[in-house]
Design a protein around this ligand. Structure first.
Ligand SMILES: C[S@@+](CC[C@H](N)C(=O)[O-])C[C@H]1O[C@@H](n2cnc3c(N)ncnc32)[C@H](O)[C@@H]1O
Length: 258
């Protein structure tokens, strides 16, 4: 059994028609949140027991030493990691990573760093790295917020992909949302001039919320007038398929560092 992190994923199998993270709305969670508020920063995910398939276990054991970068309170040197000076895109919360592998395969001249706390997803993506012989994709299995703070240099990131982040739809859980101030300042701080933040969701109210938060973030500018047009190069993700199957609209935001 692996101790792992829970997020929105398991909710898809829950009875609710709302995409609510499993932990949402429970008394336990409320107590935990109250404690968290006192002790440490509110997280955008909740710790949970996770299951891995045999293939994911195997990939994790064999490939993580090569393709996973351990969390450390030390800044990364992208040239040392990737062995080149190509642009670096960070994907936050890649889930099962299928779209991540598709993008890395389609763009060998772009470097990708995927950050995820869900270990089965890390195992799955490691498998894809090996199967597709990718050389331009590394993984960090840790809280992306901490990784940005501690490991990523200011003005060094060419783009952030935040695809279908947990929507945390209940108002009392909005504080768990990934895209909100002051965290948006951290994204802006890490982007190089002209770098972008690309956010896609199937939860319209989160898109409206994030639009306002990003509009209010100094040094980020909306490339569009409101919601963005879908970028042709974006690959469909697992949660996008779920959103489409449930008839939820897909909404996109594309902001640039000025
Ligand atoms: C709703 S899923 C979407 C996954 C994928 N992007 C997709 O579209 O299929 C959100 C993912 O974000 C991850 N996540 C949430 N907060 C995170 C954090 N602070 N650091 C890293 N991953 C995080 C969760 O573990 C989860 O896998």
């Amino acid at each position: 059994m692996n101790i792992n992190f829970e997020s929105f994923e398991e909710n898809a199998a829950s009875e609710s028609s709302e995409p609510v993270p499993l932990s949402c709305g429970t008394e336990e969670d409320e107590n935990e949140s109250a404690l968290e508020g006192l002790k440490r920063e509110i997280k955008t995910y909740v710790l949970r027991i996770g299951r891995m398939t045999a293939a994911q276990e195997k990939a994790y054991a064999e490939l993580s030493p090569r393709w996973c970068i351990p969390f450390e309170k030390k800044q990364l040197n992208f040239v040392d990691i990737f062995g080149n000076t190509n642009p670096v895109i960070i994907e936050i919360g890649f889930g099962m990573g299928d779209a991540t592998a598709d993008l890395a395969e389609a763009n060998p001249d772009i470097n990708y760093l995927g950050i995820e706390v869900h270990r089965p997803g890390v195992g799955k993506l490691l498998n894809e790295i090996q199967k597709r012989e990718l050389k331009n994709l590394f993984i960090i299995e840790y809280d992306a917020v901490e990784v940005l703070r501690e490991m990523i240099g200011d003005n060094t990131v060419n783009g952030f992909h935040i695809f279908f982040p947990d929507p945390w739809p209940k108002k009392r859980h909005h504080k768990r949302r990934m895209v909100q101030r002051p965290r948006t300042n951290l994204f802006a701080q890490k982007l190089s001039k002209g770098g972008y933040l690309y956010f896609v969701t199937d939860w319209l109210e989160y898109a409206e919320f994030a639009l306002e938060e990003l509009n209010e973030t100094k040094s980020l500018k909306n490339k569009y007038d409101g919601f963005a047009l879908p970028q042709k190069w974006r690959k469909q993700t697992k949660f996008e398929r779920k959103g489409i199957a449930a008839d939820r609209p897909i909404t996109e935001l594309f902001f640039e560092k000025i």
